[in-house]
Design a protein around this ligand. Structure first.
Ligand SMILES: [Zn+2]
Length: 273
């Protein structure tokens, strides 16, 4: 496989992972507020199953309407229990057990209410509950959002693309000292990104100044538990002076990373207090 294709694949899989993380983060942000769930429970305790709490907060009102319709269907629905699911195509309500014992009118009313809930949910912003919502894809998933909240998510998606472009540009700028298959697109903490970039650019400057392109390779550029690790290999053409200078850059970068990582951990601990 040509190297460009490998890189494109690396980028694609990293982009997919970033989009999945964004989807998860947004789902959590939009999840139903506890007091809204408790209000629904207080109003419609009979049918307000725990799965209602897994729906987005913006759908609180339409679920409330649905539960009200359930109450109106009548006594026979006492035997039934409902489950709710936020599916890819909207809010779905499932009724258990079998509906065969019900009067056809009741079954019909239930079906209409289920269908209405599904349809209305697709037009209701999951974040704020406004109408006129439209679907927006985020990774493999998606959301139904109003114009304002679609724009917000769109911005986050654009920021992810820009961050990836920025990492790809940096990778290109130091490609002379990297093995061709190194992606170097992986996100790092901000402090390690800055330290890593400076170190690689400094190494590249020495390599270029001394005519050593192709003889110095940064074989490992990784972040592990907040700490940056660099490994550089030298070809036989590289004189000890250049090796020493580059080893010094690596040592200094790792030391800086160690300091920054300690400082970041201390901040975390202070925040936790
Ligand atoms: Zn909205």
């Amino acid at each position: 496989m040509p190297i460009e294709d490998i890189r494109a694949r690396q980028r694609q899989s990293l982009t997919n992972a970033a989009h999945s993380r964004l989807w998860l983060q947004l789902s959590e942000e939009m999840s139903m507020q506890q007091d809204h769930f408790h209000q629904l429970q207080a109003l419609h305790g009979k049918y307000c199953h725990g799965t209602v709490a897994t729906l987005p907060d913006g759908w609180t009102d339409i679920v409330k309407k649905f539960l009200g319709e359930m109450d109106d269907i009548g006594d026979l629905v006492d035997a039934v229990s409902l489950r709710f699911e936020r599916s890819a195509d909207g809010a779905r309500a499932f009724a258990f057990p079998e509906m065969s014992r019900w009067h056809p009118h009741q079954m019909n009313s239930l079906r209409i209410a289920q269908r209405d809930l599904l349809h209305v949910s697709r037009e209701t912003c999951e974040r704020c509950g406004k109408g006129n919502a439209a679907p927006i894809a985020v990774g493999d998933g998606g959301f139904f959002l109003c114009e304002e909240h679609t724009a917000e998510v769109q911005e986050q998606l654009t920021a992810l693309t820009e961050a990836m472009d920025d990492r790809a540009r940096f990778r290109d700028s130091v490609s002379d000292i990297l093995p061709p298959t190194t992606a170097l697109l992986l996100p790092m903490t901000e402090y390690n990104t800055a330290i890593m970039r400076k170190a690689l650019l400094d190494i590249k400057a020495i390599v270029e100044a001394k005519g050593l392109v192709g003889h110095v390779t940064a074989t490992k550029v990784v972040e592990s538990e907040g700490q940056l690790f660099l490994t550089v290999r030298f070809g036989p053409q590289v004189d000890p002076g250049a090796q020493f200078e580059i080893a010094d850059i690596v040592k200094h970068a790792e030391w800086e990373s160690d300091q920054a990582s300690l400082a970041a951990n201390k901040e975390d601990r202070d925040d936790a207090r």
